[in-house]
Design a protein around this ligand. Sequence first.
Ligand SMILES: [Ca+2]
Length: 333
Amino acid sequence: MRRGHQIAVLALVALASADSDAQAKTQRGLRDAKSAPQAEIAAAAPLPTIGQTFRDCEDCPEMVVIPPGRFAMGTDPAETARDGVPDEFANRERPRHPVVVKAALAVGKYHVTRGEYARFVKAAGYAGGLGCYFWSGDEVKSDPGTSWRDPSFPQTDRDPVVCVNWYDARAYAAWLARTTGKDYRLLTEAEWEYAARGGTTTSRPWGDDANAGCRYANGADLEMKKIFSNRSVAHCRDGYVFTSPAGSFEPNAFGLYDMLGNAWQWVEDCFHANYADAPGDAAIAVEGGDCSQRAVRGGSWNNSPGYIRAGVRDGVGTGNRDSFNGFRVARTF
Ligand SMILES: [Ca+2]
């Protein structure tokens, strides 16, 4: 009952645009809450409010409560044509379709950092794994000597952890859930795109201009061009060739940092080639399709401007550890 009360009151706070079914449940929940003993309500955990930030333990990732709402997931052909995205990638973002996020949820304010991951590895005795794919400038190579501790370029403990595969990301979220008693997990792909867009409908949270992104995202930029001269880069300087410390750029409208760029983010869903059978409920992670790959979102430090967009998506083998890929966590209330 206590959990039900929390959900009901949370929905009262923020369910401005959720569907009628959710609203009906909210109204039923509120009637239940009003009739419940005051002592039980008083004993419940404090209720989150939209935009609130919190940590569930001293070393836990900082979380942001984002609102429920509706959005259009995916892109139209004009967007990818404008950015010169090849059909092979552009077709993954079709068709654009409506999705509802029925309840507020908490999303990591930043990627899980290398320091946070290190605490997990130590506390849980997790192997973590050696061997990571890194970019030599000409090609992606595997090196058994690289790992999340040393991804082949320098990082601080505030940088996003990379060289983690999908199992590593899930293991971290599961450990966080065990240690806090809260419902930590990876985001679904639809939740991720909703969170990345932050209420915007442009190709990026700051607009459509890729060359205006250096205040908001760490992608391939003129700084990278000094070292990797053959790269297609944004015509601006974000200041980082490789990963950047979490929160080095401006947040989106939901208060989330680095949703685009820095490191691709693993999500829960199996990879589907397009959205032909995509659900309209963001809480549902897509099963079926190719579950040997999971979706990654957001682009990374080495991606050219066409891949630093809210709609861009890729599939990566679940066991692959790449120096481009990291993750952030979500928490259900
Ligand atoms: Ca950069």
